[in-house]
Design a binder for this molecule. Structure first.
Ligand SMILES: NC(=O)c1ccc[n+]([C@@H]2O[C@H](COP(=O)([O-])OP(=O)(O)OC[C@H]3O[C@@H](n4cnc5c(N)ncnc54)[C@H](O)[C@@H]3O)[C@@H](O)[C@H]2O)c1
Length: 340
């Protein structure tokens, strides 16, 4: 891959992606405003990469068109990951959420559209574009909710139903990215991501629950469990997500203009209660738990139907839940000082 721009490249997914691109010898530009706590720590780690000479860090904001304009020229691929990432924050500050996620994405798209290189544009959307999905016939089991009518999970034909300001701003961006393929023939690909987890995820209560629960367990801090804990998500190890991004780039003729649901799928679906049990087994200590009310827009169960990705580009997750969580736990234990 030639010159690559990663917006939000100092974040969890961005920094893992940047490291893999540097491994392959690509030139990487990271555009990030470093607003996420932990992004400086992530950049410090990235700068130790053996190919860091090929890395350029631009501290800038996607809300500012001039910053984006400096970053895009000459790039052949743009991974657009920068975002306001928490539903909770979007509820308390919807304007900022809109400006970063909707307008910020529009700014990046416009610069890509103007570029003579016609870069490939990969967008990290979210399963939240499908809303709460209250009418899918959820059943309650002993430790988890289930959707018997959808044995393979939610596919890309499910109706869109933006819920929460975050759902709306990411959903608007998702539709713009898709439409820039239709209207301007830009080679864009939308990934509607479920929960991604792995090393370098600075999980906090508001976002990144897989890492957050693990960090709390290791540090002996309590978590608040909102709702009954039977909520189900399909979780995906970050390396598998990046494999899908790379496959989409490699197969861009087929993937341009496509929208894919991506997560761990049925095999890597887990409820919060089940995840806590697994975590306690791996870490070897119990997690302290307080109880809280359901949070707005919290889907009872969301599992991605990942068959389209498998059918079209042969992608499927390689890292199973247990080994992925073991890797995450090991990373937190080895980097405990970041979280103390
Ligand atoms: N992690 C997940 O489970 C998940 C799930 C679905 C979708 N996503 C999407 O994937 C993308 C990456 O998520 P992540 O988990 O790596 O989050 P992250 O918070 O770790 O990374 C986002 C990065 O964007 C930067 N940023 C925020 N606002 C910015 C702005 N205005 N200008 C420039 N940079 C800005 C932050 O400093 C941070 O480094 C996001 O778009 C997110 O919505 C993530």
């Amino acid at each position: 891959m030639g010159k690559v721009l990663i917006t939000g490249g100092a974040g969890f997914i961005g920094v893992n992606l940047a490291a893999k691109l540097l491994d392959r010898g690509s030139s990487v530009i990271v555009l990030d405003n470093l607003s996420r706590e932990g992004s400086r720590v992530n950049l410090g780690w990235l700068l130790k990469h053996k190919n860091s000479k090929k890395l350029k860090i631009m501290r800038g904001d996607i809300r500012n068109q001039a910053h984006v304009k400096q970053a895009v020229p000459g790039c052949e691929i743009v991974f657009h990951l920068a975002a306001q990432v928490a539903v909770t924050t979007s509820v308390t500050n919807p304007k900022e959420d809109f400006e970063i996620n909707a307008l910020g994405t529009f700014n990046v798209l416009e610069e890509v559209h103007k570029s003579s290189k016609r870069p490939i544009f990969i967008y990290s959307s979210t399963n939240k574009v499908y809303g709460e999905m209250t009418d899918i016939g959820t059943r309650e089991g002993k430790t988890r909710y289930m959707i018997p009518k959808m044995p393979f999970g939610v596919n890309e034909r499910n109706p869109l139903d933006f819920h929460s300001p975050y759902g709306c701003s990411k959903g608007a961006a998702d539709q713009y990215v898709h439409d820039y393929f239709r209207i301007y023939n830009l080679p864009t690909v939308v990934f509607r991501q479920s929960c991604i987890y792995g090393p370098r995820q600075m999980g906090v209560e508001d976002q990144g629950w897989v890492a957050y629960f693990a960090i709390c367990n290791i540090l002996g801090k309590p978590i608040t469990l909102y709702g009954d804990g039977k909520q189900v998500r399909d979780v995906l190890y970050v390396d598998d997500l990046i494999d899908a991004y790379f496959l989409a780039v490699k197969n861009i003729k087929k993937c341009a203009g496509r929208v894919y649901n991506i997560g761990g799928g049925v095999k890597n679906a887990v409820s919060l209660l089940e995840y806590i049990e697994l975590l306690e087994k791996i870490v070897g200590r119990n997690l302290k738990i307080h109880r809280g009310n359901w949070r707005p827009g919290d889907q009872k169960v969301y599992i991605s139907d990942i068959r389209l990705l498998e059918k079209e580009i042969g992608w499927k997750p390689k890292v199973n839940l247990e080994s992925g969580v073991e890797k995450l736990v090991t990373w937190i234990q080895e980097n405990r000082k970041i979280f103390d």
